[in-house]
Design a binder for this molecule. Structure first.
Ligand SMILES: [Zn+2]
Length: 321
């Protein structure tokens, strides 16, 4: 079962999270198979994005969806993960070109150096007029060297936009998508810790030591070790306080929020003329969900209804009070 573990390092300004997507990840992949399975490097990138999306959503206090999106200029044009506040997640990727067997981040989405990674916090239309917040980072480092790991891109983003020192380790294969996040807690006056502030130096040394330990985690270990074993192997010399893991209905799971109603709204926005043309040509408008594979069919009658104003409510005067 997919699981999320949160923990803090007792007495130190450092927190951590470990996510393992198993059922949620294999369901996502199975639903994709009908439309053609992803090439392995694309699958692994999407898995890392799914794991990272859960970690980032669980790391913020925000009542809305977190969308992690890579717009690529290589064979992968788009890769998206969306994670709801209750950790329901979905993800999809659009592959338009040939993917080499061992393609890394640069070869997949940053061939011409124009790839971008965007993190959007979408309030989900709950409060009218509230704009989504979006942060965008390029896929290269400070010396413009192309980054080869998604974790490097996201660490960069966290430092740039949140001013938070973060260590991320991500990995995915056909069975598991997993991630470990270690973060320095924003302490009092953390924005201006001078080098003369001894306490400040001590605090960053704790973070650095723990981040270094996290960095020794191998892909193999992250994908195969149960959470307890993994945390013990890395941090047995530290004092961890762990919280109740989030699993099952409380934990990360695959869930798509598409519906016939949403598809109807999308079709309405295309306009009557466009739709009538489509119906004439194909007999119906077929819309498939990119995330879960659900198929929605709108025939001539359905399309007619989309553009018919709702009928007046029947008079309620005859109702017995
Ligand atoms: Zn769907």
């Amino acid at each position: 079962m997919s699981e999320l573990h949160k923990f803090i390092f007792e007495g130190l300004p450092v927190r951590g999270m470990l996510v393992r997507l198993t059922g949620a990840w294999t369901e996502l992949l199975q639903r994709r198979e009908k439309a053609g399975a992803y090439p392995e490097p694309v699958r692994d990138l999407l898995g890392e994005m799914a794991a990272a999306g859960v970690l980032m959503q669980a790391n913020i206090k925000f009542d809305g969806a977190l969308v992690l999106q890579i717009q690529g200029d290589g064979p992968v044009r788009l890769a998206v993960t969306e994670v709801q506040p209750d950790l329901a997640l979905r993800a999809t990727a659009t592959v338009t070109g040939e993917v080499a067997g061992a393609a890394g981040l640069e070869a997949l989405v940053n061939v011409g150096g124009k790839g971008r990674c965007a993190i959007t916090l979408d309030p989900g239309g709950k409060k009218a007029g509230q704009q989504p917040y979006q942060g965008v980072v390029a896929l290269h480092g400070d010396r413009r060297e192309p980054l080869q790991q998604l974790s490097d891109v996201l660490e960069h983003y966290m430092l740039q936009s949140e001013q938070l020192d973060t260590k991320l380790v991500l990995a995915a294969d056909g069975d598991v998508a997993a991630g470990l996040l270690i973060q320095r807690l924003p302490g009092e006056g953390s924005g201006n810790l001078g080098t003369t502030n001894e306490e400040g130096i001590g605090r960053s040394e704790d973070y650095r030591r723990i981040a270094l330990l996290a960095g020794t985690l191998t892909r193999e270990e992250l994908l195969t070790l149960p959470a307890d074993k993994l945390l013990h192997r890395l941090f047995w010399e530290e004092t961890l306080r762990r919280f109740e893991p989030l699993i099952g209905a409380q934990g990360p799971r695959f869930e798509c929020r598409c519906s016939r109603q949403r598809v109807a709204r999308m079709l309405q926005s295309l306009g009557r003329l466009e739709l009538d043309g489509l119906i004439e040509e194909r007999g119906a408008a077929d819309v498939g969900c990119e995330f879960c594979g659900a198929q929605y069919r709108f025939d001539a009658v359905d399309v007619g209804e989309l553009f018919t104003p709702p009928r007046d409510q029947p008079p309620a005067s005859s109702a017995v009070q």
